[in-house]
Design a binder for this molecule. Structure first.
Ligand code: BES
Ligand code: MN
Ligand code: ZN
Length: 498
């Protein structure tokens, strides 16, 4: 879809469709009023007769509205004006774009961008409009022999701004929104790809292809190289699979050579059977999404490179498949991690931390400014926070605050959980430096505490995205979260946010 920015009045738009909002109950927004005036009360009459109450998510398509230059007018319900916030704003954009896709309109001018959202700037509204529009039209049908075709898809969306002096900021925000949306779609595509295709080698090849396109540094370590380094914890997870493990390292250099990089580490378990501690059969297919942390950091570096952010960014992805097999790790095995610390593997299904700990130690060599790991790490995090917020842990409160704020701004929220030392004793092992599980309680926290033992040399945060990386049920699929949070954090750091 093509996007552009324009300032001008709705009744003068020569487009296939003009989109304006209506608050509940029956209150026209300013652009809708302008149309109504040009149409000599045509819209207010309709609204008064009850054809559009303004209920959130409702739409009404009108043809040949008198006094206007456009072919169609789409009224979009916004809900109550007092309750109109971020979620209602993006919801209205989604509803509009979905409806537009079902009409014959190839292009549309959307005036929802002119509606004030508390605490949010015009740049925010433009970014979110671009992101929501692309998210709403996302499809993953690469593996369907018959594609569900849209007969006349929307090809061009023009975002209206009220004042000419907003044009420059809006153009900038549009470019950002499109870059972030591209990162989100990339992450969703990787996540949705079936696990017989998306294995560690495939993921590495995808990363490599992206690196080439965007001129990023790229290094892929294979099993031998990892063995020589001593990444025996990571390799213990890969043992049961016929798919060889890969360590993917990408780097984007948009800052000064001397600037320390932000390092993002993403869990890349391309399929998690649990290994010898095998998972139950129900919904096991969803464990193809166990590489969504990897997908999100790859999507984030893609967006950062597209936006040419003035900072240095490195992405590290440990990619493995967790399978049972004759050579698989057993409960009771003890391995020595890259850091030198030993781990008793009590449960082979707690594999995420086993690959992340070696990747986090490996990250030290980049002398990072900050390290953030992203992982579908624990079912316990889903129990605690559901599918709304990602779990956030951080070694410094300032870093936690910055990430919480970024999540809030991007409407991709996280919630801060504690990393107190009191929880560390749950990881005690009688035979090794630590066990890889902590017992029945506080599962998300003990997993984070395990990682904390490997991240003492830099400022570090951990995002547990087990509940937010994908949706189950009818609209099963990867969400692309937390690409919005991470990209906003980077935008903020780079001083590129309004
Ligand atoms: N990938 C899973 C976590 C997961 C489970 C995410 C369900 C989303 C939905 C992870 O590798 C895992 O299996 N964790 C175990 C840890 C336990 C053995 C300590 C879990 O959460 O059950
Ligand atoms: Mn597991
Ligand atoms: Zn897992």
């Amino acid at each position: 879809m093509e996007f552009s920015i324009k300032s001008g009045s709705p009744e003068k738009q020569r487009s296939a469709c003009v989109v304006v909002g209506v608050f509940e109950p029956r209150k026209l927004t300013l652009p809708a009023e302008l149309l109504d005036k040009a149409a000599e009360g045509y819209l207010s009459d309709l609204v008064r007769r009850g054809d559009m109450e303004g209920k959130a998510g409702s739409t009404l398509l009108l043809h040949d509205v008198p006094g206007t230059l456009c072919d169609r007018v789409l009224l979009v319900g916004l809900g109550k004006e007092k309750e109109f916030r971020e979620k209602e704003f993006t919801g209205a954009v989604r509803a509009a774009v979905k409806t537009l896709n079902e009409t014959g309109a190839f292009d549309a001018s959307i005036f929802l961008t002119e509606i004030a959202v508390k605490k949010r700037s015009i740049a925010w509204r433009v970014r979110q409009t671009a992101m929501a529009a692309l998210d709403a039209t996302y499809r993953f049908d690469a593996y369907k022999s018959k594609k569900d075709e849209v007969r006349r898809p929307l090809r061009k969306l023009t975002l209206a701004v009220e004042r000419r002096n907003e044009l420059t900021r809006a153009e900038e925000a549009l470019a950002q929104g499109l870059a972030i949306a591209e990162g989100i779609a990339f992450a969703r595509n990787l996540g949705n790809t079936p696990p017989n295709v998306c294995n560690p080698a495939w993921l590495a090849a995808e990363a490599q292809a992206m690196a080439k396109e965007l001129k990023l540094g790229c290094e892929i370590l294979d099993r031998d190289q990892m063995e020589k380094l001593g990444m025996l914890s990571l390799l213990a997870v890969a043992r049961g699979s016929h798919q060889p493990p890969k360590l993917i390292v990408l780097s984007y250099k948009g800052g000064k050579a001397a600037d320390k990089p932000v390092v993002l580490v993403g869990k890349g378990v391309t399929f998690d059977t649990g290994g010898i501690s095998i998972k139950p059969a129900a919904e096991m297919d969803e464990m193809k999404f166990d590489m969504c942390g990897a997908a999100s950091v790859l999507g984030t570096i893609k967006a950062a490179a597209r936006m040419q952010l003035p900072l240095n960014l490195t992405v590290v992805v440990p990619a493995v498949e967790n399978m049972p097999g004759g050579n698989a790790s057993r409960p009771g095995d003890i391995v020595t991690s890259l850091s030198g610390q030993t781990i008793e593997i009590l449960n082979t299904d707690a594999e995420g931390r086993l690959i992340l700990c070696d990747a986090l130690t490996y990250a030290e060599r980049f002398e990072p400014e900050t390290v953030i790991d992203v992982a579908t790490l624990t079912g316990a995090c889903v129990v605690a926070l559901g599918h709304v917020a990602s779990g956030l842990f951080a070694s410094k409160d300032g870093l936690a605050r910055a990430l919480l704020e970024a999540g809030d701004e991007a409407h991709d929220r996280a919630w801060h959980l504690p990393l107190w030392d009191d929880y560390q004793e749950l990881l005690k092992s009688p035979f090794a430096d630590m066990a890889n599980i902590g017992g029945r309680t506080a599962g998300a926290i003990t997993a984070a505490c395990f990682l904390a033992r490997y991240t003492k040399k830099y400022d570090w945060a951990h995002l547990d995205i087990a509940g937010t990386a994908w949706k189950s049920g009818g609209d099963k699929g990867a969400t692309g979260r937390p690409v919005p949070l991470l990209t906003h954090y980077l935008l903020q750091r780079a001083g590129a946010l309004d």
